[in-house]
Design a protein around this ligand. Structure first.
Ligand code: HAM
Length: 423
């Protein structure tokens, strides 16, 4: 026997149960997106490398992107994120589009990261963005969408929190600590890496970046100042609107959120499980310069992206991921024997025409075995059409949940299988 070829490291096979989970998430995302009036869109999987060089940040572009040269010699990237594509699409049709845009998308992305809990090299993201509204209320709408989604999938405020900060606020707070422009950029990186390093390694990196001991102490104090948001007019407006959206219990200020991507200009946010068992569930923020950076006229934008993986792991760990229901077939049409193949096939068709989902048996096998198969794949009913039933104009039905067996007139079968009080 040939050896099975291994899948690419960091990719996932979606067998039907996993696929059903992904589709369920997608449905929740679609529902929440539409509830807030967002339209679905999609971009290409392949993008020119230059698109990300514009703004995403060194780590993502140089260390994590899948880049290859195509046969024409162009440098192509498997998209590591969608925001630059969105900015490009907006810039391309800026004169035709009606702003503000409310757009969402769900699709695959690739990053060459070390596979670990919550991190794969191929993953899916729900992206949702509001382009062309500079107000803090637009930012609050995105936080409300995020909270509505968390609520919809069954996560409570004591299980997840959306942590919000503002890069402008942090920048001016760092200025008061006497940090130069370069030092402030380095401090943003240090804030983002704080969870990934030991306190000692973090202090060393801070010194190496040129921060004085007083500035490092000031930075540490800043990261504990949960009242800092009161110094920001836009964050005050943001939190007021979050109240009005009715999601204040899911959203709070945290000076530790800064985000790794370079293009954010204002509000930044991430969702974390309160137990601290997982990585960020999602992240996003305001990026007012990206459309301009890819050749369009500057237009304010805010949005976020949720990966499929961390949220699934969290829901599974809390026992909140919906169980797999098995085959969509409600009914399995058995084969009595070879002579009754046509009758079985025609019956299956008749049921499908009545809107019932049906799978059928074509190769002769013992009825007991067919019932067992139908039950194992998760069908609710098995029907049998043998010579006795045909003679009497009836069909035998076995309820695979209750094991009850009945016979009924063929004309009544579809109604029986779809009766409303079925449990
Ligand atoms: P990001 O923080 O790089 O932001 O990714 C957002 C989310 O995607 C993460 O919180 C995580 O759930 C998921 N994710 C990222 N990398 C991986 C990975 N290697 N494996 C599994 N999941 C992953 C962005 O991508 C921004 N473009 C979001 C955005 C949209 N900002 C504005 N609009």
């Amino acid at each position: 026997m040939n050896a099975i070829i291994r899948p690419v490291k960091g990719t996932r096979d979606f067998y039907p149960p996993e696929m059903a989970g992904r589709v369920w998430l997608y449905q929740q995302m679609r529902q929440v997106s539409e509830q807030f009036g967002y339209q679905e869109y999609e971009g290409p999987i392949l993008e020119p490398l230059d698109l990300y060089a514009a703004k995403s940040g060194e780590e993502l572009v140089e260390k994590q992107s899948y880049v290859f040269q195509d046969r024409g010699g162009d440098k192509i990237t498997l998209r590591p994120e969608l925001t630059p594509t969105l900015a490009r699409m907006v810039a391309q049709q800026q004169n035709q589009l009606t702003f503000p845009l409310r757009w969402w998308s769900f699709g695959p992305f690739w990053r060459y990261e070390r596979p670990q809990k919550g991190r794969t090299r191929e993953f899916f993201q729900w992206n949702i963005d509001l382009i062309g509204d500079p107000s803090p209320q637009a930012d609050a709408e995105l936080a409300a969408i995020a909270a509505t989604f968390l609520k919809q999938v069954g996560l409570q405020p004591n299980e997840v929190q959306i942590l919000v900060n503002d890069r402008e606020l942090m920048d001016s707070a760092l200025k008061t600590l006497g940090l130069t422009f370069e030092h402030r950029a380095a401090a943003f990186g240090l804030i983002d890496r704080r969870d990934k390093l030991t306190p000692e390694a973090w202090q060393t990196q801070a010194s190496e970046a040129g921060l004085s001991p007083t500035q490092i102490d000031g930075l540490i104090a800043l990261l504990e100042n949960t009242g800092l948001w009161q110094q920001s007019d836009s964050l005050q407006q943001f939190f007021r609107a979050v109240e009005w959206f009715g999601v204040a219990d899911y959203v709070r200020y945290s000076p530790t959120i800064i985000r790794g991507l370079q293009y954010y200009t204002g509000t930044v946010f991430e969702a974390w499980d309160t137990a601290g068992d997982f990585r960020a569930l999602f992240g996003g923020g305001r990026y007012d310069n990206l459309v301009g950076a890819v050749g369009g006229r500057p237009v304010g934008a805010v949005g976020f992206a949720v990966g499929d993986l961390v949220i699934s792991l969290l829901l599974q760990s809390l026992g909140k991921f919906p169980p797999y229901a098995g085959t969509p077939a409600e009914v399995f049409v058995t084969l009595f024997d070879e002579q009754h193949l046509e009758a079985a096939l025609r019956l299956a068709n008749e049921l499908r025409a009545a809107g019932i989902k049906v799978a059928s048996q074509y190769s002769p096998a013992k009825l007991g075995k067919q019932f067992k198969y139908a039950s194992q794949i998760g069908a609710r009913f098995a029907v049998v059409l043998g010579p006795d039933e045909i003679q009497r104009g009836q069909v035998a039905v076995k309820d695979l949940h209750t094991e009850e067996q009945t016979s009924l007139p063929r004309a009544e079968l579809a109604g029986y299988l779809t009766r409303p009080n079925l449990t």
